[in-house]
Design a binder for this molecule. Structure first.
Ligand code: FES
Ligand SMILES: [Fe+2]
Length: 397
């Protein structure tokens, strides 16, 4: 096994990673500390916990976070670790509670994490030092992001620069219509790399490629389609905005983010099978525009915003060689299933596409496992995957 310093220093820029980065437990431990527990990750929408005392659990590897609404109507997050001898406190995935009582010896905490009761606690021990460990949580346009670090990067620039795009689509007034977890038998980076490039779209995603012009980025016809999409942006109630602050363009000590919009092919106004609307228009949008918007929020959370719905993807590891893609479908909070949208039609495109991605990512991992695997050159059609890898290596350094 080569050591990590050597691997980092010998990496050839714009070539894929050495096998060890996908297989070595000590590199994975370093990634956990430097990247995964140091990034803002999308965990859900505030509309999931509308009432005081509502909570749900978010899991990342061995960590479990209780995300709740307290008595003052604020969203709070705590590590699901009792301050007595460490038991899990909440055992159900979600629910409504008045306070948090540990099932082991009944220590009880309030919804601000404060220790209220600990029977037979020895004299001289200050209860105030035994409150639940808080976890960083930020609500951005209704979306809940957590960060496990003790000293998280700032979200100020992201909030400032993406305020307009979030407002346009009305993220605050959305709800999660569906959430599906896709387990993937691969290292998490192969899943992120795959999401970052559309070089594979034409061969792997016939459904997506019929409607989304990203497949022909840098090819004839793309610029004209962009031009056409932009021509009625304003009359549809959208603005022509582009923000590029992710990976290599990231601001120091700020979480990374990006926003851009690309056209759909003629005959499609949203990501549906027949090109027709799927749900009521979102936010301030007045009419359908023939395009979709990419949001990158931190290194593992991505959103694709159509005029009538948003699809969110979060890629996180479940172990060194396994990961998951959590896909969320968001619609306007007032939209009713069966009347305003059909769940099967809404989920169709990104359900088939995510299963297809799972297959190619797992095949990729199998080849990477071979003793004959060696790094290969990224093409010009994999610019974002290249810049993800470059950023990743710099973080480890
Ligand atoms: S471990 Fe929670 S009360 Fe004992
Ligand atoms: Fe894909």
């Amino acid at each position: 096994m080569k050591n990590i310093e050597n691997l980092l220093s010998q990496h050839q820029e714009d070539w894929s990673l050495d096998q060890e980065f996908y297989k070595d437990q000590s590199i994975f431990n370093l990634e956990k500390k430097k990247i995964l527990f140091n990034s803002w990750i999308f965990t859900g929408h505030e509309s999931q916990i509308p009432n005081k005392g509502d909570y749900f659990l978010y899991k990342l590897l061995e960590e479990e976070i209780i995300i709740l609404r307290n008595k003052e109507n604020e969203i709070k997050a705590f590590f699901n670790v009792c301050r007595h001898r460490g038991s899990r406190i909440c055992l159900n995935e979600g629910g409504n509670v008045k306070r948090l009582t540990c099932p082991y010896h009944s220590w009880t905490f309030n919804l601000d994490g404060k220790l209220l009761a600990a029977k037979s606690l020895r004299d001289g021990i200050d209860k105030a030092t035994l409150n639940l460990h808080p976890c960083n949580i930020e609500v951005i346009a209704g979306m809940l992001f957590i960060n496990l670090s003790d000293d998280p990067q700032s979200l100020d620039n992201l909030r400032r620069d993406l305020k307009e795009p979030f407002d346009m689509f009305g993220f605050t007034d959305m709800k999660i219509a569906a959430h599906k977890n896709y387990p993937i038998a691969s290292n998490w980076k192969l899943a992120v790399e795959n999401y970052q490039e559309c070089y594979h779209c034409a061969p792997s995603h016939p459904e997506y490629s019929l409607s989304h012009t990203l497949k022909i980025e840098d090819e004839p016809g793309f610029d004209e389609a962009q031009e056409k999409m932009r021509s009625n942006l304003e009359s549809c109630g959208l603005k022509d905005i582009e923000v590029d602050k992710d990976f290599s363009n990231k601001d120091k000590d700020q979480e990374q983010y990006a926003y851009s919009r690309y056209a759909l092919f003629d005959g499609y106004i949203t990501g549906s099978e027949d090109g027709k609307p799927l749900a009521p228009l979102l936010g301030n949008i007045k009419d359908f525009n023939q395009g979709c918007s990419d949001f990158n929020l931190g290194p593992v959370s991505y959103f694709l915003a159509y005029c009538d719905h948003v699809v969110g993807y979060v890629f996180t590891p479940t172990s060194l060689d396994k990961c998951q893609c959590d896909v969320y479908w968001l619609v306007n909070k007032d939209a009713e299933e069966g009347k305003d949208y059909d769940m099967e039609k809404l989920m169709w495109l990104w359900d088939v596409t995510t299963y297809a991605d799972e297959t190619i990512i797992v095949n990729n991992q199998k080849g990477v496992d071979s003793f004959k695997y060696e790094p290969g050159p990224y093409t010009d059609k994999e610019k974002s995957a290249r810049s993800f890898i470059k950023w990743y290596l710099n973080e480890l350094r």
